[in-house]
Design a protein around this ligand. Structure first.
Ligand SMILES: [Zn+2]
Length: 312
């Protein structure tokens, strides 16, 4: 498909998902149903007509006001729709380029596996971005990171990892943990004395280790901070958020998100303090900055981590 068509489709889909994300952002922190009642004006409670509910466009045409009561409608609504659309377009551009790369460079025998791998990674990037943009706004507005996003996020990460297994070739990804004989496939007749993890076992155990290590590290930081400062600096929501990023991207990209998030949050705190708007006890929306870190890690994690390892 021509790259431009691919990206336009992604942009329009992003607008629609962004519109749904707005409903999640407004209702999840208050534990309200996503499906009932239909979208309505927060001021006069009148149901919004379908033609006033077109992403971004309706907000511009109505000049940011409700058609019934004339009260202003937050710019957050079109901003979230636009941000989701831009995310979908970026992911489409990056992963379309990677798919074309596979078609040009790989030997045909390996193409199916690599195409499947990249497609699954692309779908994972779309879903993770959707969840992260939602959590980013919810933590900023309400200082909550709802379980309704983080827990299913971890489950979806696991499901997509399992999907990768379907496309493993025979013996692909097998790892010999310990062995005397040069045979590296599990269950073969000459494999006595060898200890082998098959590809699927390797992928699932790797996933579990990633998520558990990320969660344990964050719990440890949380515990130490509480001991040293005598107050909570890191919520359980932040722990689940980093575990979710690890569930989609694996351990090191999750650590990159943590690093970017903490740096950005510190810069934000310093700026607030310099302007006299905060002191050492002000509660900061760390989750918002961790989400920005997660978005950076999704698109640029692999090249950034590769670059960093050349420095060691
Ligand atoms: Zn109204």
């Amino acid at each position: 498909m021509s790259p431009l068509v691919f990206e336009i489709v992604a942009f329009v889909l992003g607008l629609l998902f962004g519109s749904f994300l707005n409903v999640c952002i407004a209702r999840l922190p208050r534990h309200e149903s996503l499906w009932h009642p239909r979208s309505h004006c927060p001021h006069c409670s009148k149901t919004i007509r379908w033609y006033d509910n077109i992403p971004v466009l309706s907000w511009i045409l109505l000049r940011g006001r409700c058609r019934d009561c004339g009260e202003s409608i937050s710019w957050r609504y079109p901003a979230v729709e636009l941000a989701t659309a831009i995310w979908f377009t970026l992911v489409a551009a990056v992963f379309n380029a990677r798919l074309l790369n596979v078609l040009h460079e790989q030997v045909p025998a390996f193409q199916t596996e690599h195409l499947a791998d990249q497609s699954i990674a692309g779908i994972a990037a779309l879903i993770l971005g959707f969840l992260l943009i939602g959590l980013l706004v919810m933590d900023w507005r309400t200082h909550t990171l709802p379980n309704a996003f983080t827990t299913p996020g971890i489950a979806i990460g696991f499901f997509l990892t399992c999907c990768q297994i379907i496309f493993l070739g025979p013996k692909e990804g097998d790892v010999m943990l310990h062995g005397k004989n040069p045979i590296t496939s599990a269950g073969s007749t000459v494999d006595k004395g060898n200890l082998i993890l098959t590809g699927p076992e390797h992928i699932v155990l790797g996933w579990l280790a990633s998520v558990a290590a990320a969660a344990c590290l964050l719990l440890l930081i949380r515990f130490l901070y509480q001991k040293l400062r005598g107050r909570e600096g890191l919520g359980l929501g932040d722990v689940k958020l980093i575990a979710m990023i690890a569930a989609f991207l694996s351990f090191w990209p999750a650590m990159l998100s943590l690093f970017v998030g903490v740096v950005l949050c510190s810069l934000f705190a310093v700026t607030l303090m310099a302007r006299g708007k905060a002191n050492a006890t002000t509660q900061l929306p760390l989750g918002t900055f961790l989400c920005i870190g997660g978005l950076v890690a999704t698109l640029f994690g692999a090249p950034l981590i590769a670059w960093y390892s050349t420095l060691l």
